[in-house]
Design a protein around this ligand. Structure first.
Ligand SMILES: Nc1ncnc2c1ncn2[C@@H]1O[C@H](COP(=O)(O)OP(=O)(O)OP(=O)(O)O)[C@@H](O)[C@H]1O
Ligand SMILES: [Mg+2]
Length: 386
């Protein structure tokens, strides 16, 4: 999947529509490097407002560090010296800002190069990203975050599946008010020949477009889902969805550890109470010891406005990581849960919804893309001028 780098949010909103759904978008060239260290990306598309010197430096870093990734440069003016500069730093294609066919050709050639090096991807397969929502404690807001994050991602036209790995007491289905006919337990019988066509039959679709792989209906179903099955399920789903969001039980179990092996971004939910912060600290140290997700952990402080003697600054100091999102306590959140319509859907203008949507864009590397301004149809600048 390509990565788009473009500083101007309107331009980014137009360009991203010309890329496969779910392509990450960043506004600064230096943010591309972090994305490239995760899952493979066949190309980086540099938008027209990125300065040539910045584009050249990025292309040089990619050429040396990620030789299988092609760089496509989009410019408003195709002056001859642009081609010369592009060649010097190994940019594979220079495309005019209004030339979608040329962009498509460049992207498909990039994919060809990628596959020649890394092996073919089956037609229609994706390289989806896995976001795991975690806390060692119960009741802190993991499911609330998983569900709202999934819905927020689905609003960006991406294909999203939420996997309920709280195998004994999962409540993703009830939170979204769906009644699943099949659950993850049904995958256990076919673990050895699990494929997407089988998994597809186990998914329940929510009105938001999010697909749900529900937890077993009874706690004992948990024992049938081994850690290797959990991993296999995630590996299979990520090839068919842009995002796989995983809700987890409190703390580590084998299945959660299996999921961590597949996780690109870990969302750590905490609240302002000493036992939660202490256990979160221990959990982060455990992840360090196991070398799991060392870099891509994101701290969310839920109910951050509660006056309980601990401050946001205390939390950051104890955990040694910044709070990326802080969500206030609000009866609207609990009421949305109780009515089976996540707050991001039922009250999109609520502060909590806006914070979660902004976080979803950041996680997706999509901070530069205002979804509301993106045109519904695919097309570059030429078609936008009306
Ligand atoms: N910011 C908030 N304001 C008000 N209520 C909230 C907020 N966040 C979560 N809640 C409510 O707190 C309760 C627990 O949240 P949630 O189920 O998301 O936690 P959890 O970490 O998944 O719990 P468990 O570990 O039991 O699975 C729910 O009723 C939810 O609606
Ligand atoms: Mg939960």
């Amino acid at each position: 999947m390509p990565i788009l780098v473009e500083a101007d949010s309107t331009t980014a909103g137009v360009l991203v529509n010309a890329l496969p759904a779910g392509s990450p978008v960043v506004s600064r060239a230096e943010d591309v490097d972090g994305l490239l260290t995760g899952r493979g990306h066949s190309s980086v598309v540099i938008g027209p407002t990125i300065e040539m010197a910045t584009a050249a430096a990025l292309a040089e870093r990619i050429r040396v560090g990620h030789p299988a990734t092609s760089v496509v440069l989009i410019r408003h003016d195709l002056e001859p010296n642009v081609f010369a500069q592009a060649m010097q730093v190994g940019i594979t294609a220079v495309v005019a800002a209004d030339d979608q066919p040329a962009l498509n050709t460049a992207l498909s050639r990039a994919r060809g190069t990628w596959e020649a090096i890394h092996g073919p991807t089956n037609p229609g397969e994706r390289d989806g990203r896995v976001f795991t929502v975690f806390s060692p404690k119960g009741g802190v807001g993991k499911t609330t975050m998983s569900v709202n994050l999934s819905v927020a991602l689905a609003k960006t036209r991406a294909e999203v599946v939420i996997v309920d790995l709280d195998l004994a007491f999962g409540d993703v289905a009830i939170t979204l008010q769906v009644i699943p006919e099949r659950t993850i337990t049904d995958a256990a019988e076919s673990e050895s020949d699990l494929d997407f066509s089988l998994l597809q039959q186990l998914l329940t679709r929510h009105e938001s477009g999010v697909s749900i792989l529900a937890a077993p209906t009874h706690p004992e179903g948990r024992d049938q889902v081994t850690a290797s099955l959990a991993r296999r399920v995630i590996q299979t789903l990520r090839r068919h969805f842009d995002y796989v969001v995983i809700d987890t039980p409190p703390g580590f179990d084998d299945q959660v550890l299996g999921a961590f092996d597949e996780t690109d971004e870990c969302v750590v939910v905490a609240t302002l109470d000493v036992p939660t912060i202490k256990n979160t600290k221990v959990a982060m140290e455990t992840l360090d010891l196991l070398h799991l997700i060392p870099n891509n952990r994101h701290l969310v402080l839920n109910r951050a406005d509660e006056e309980v003697g601990l401050s946001l600054a205390n939390v950051e100091e104890i955990l040694g990581m910044p709070v990326e999102v802080s969500l206030p306590s609000s009866t609207a959140v609990a009421s949305a849960t109780n009515h089976g319509r996540p707050i991001v859907l039922s009250k999109p203008d609520h502060a909590v919804s806006k914070a979660i949507e902004a976080f979803a864009r950041t996680l997706a590397g999509n901070a530069a893309t205002p979804t509301s301004t993106a045109p519904a149809k695919r097309g570059l600048f030429g078609r936008q001028k009306k």
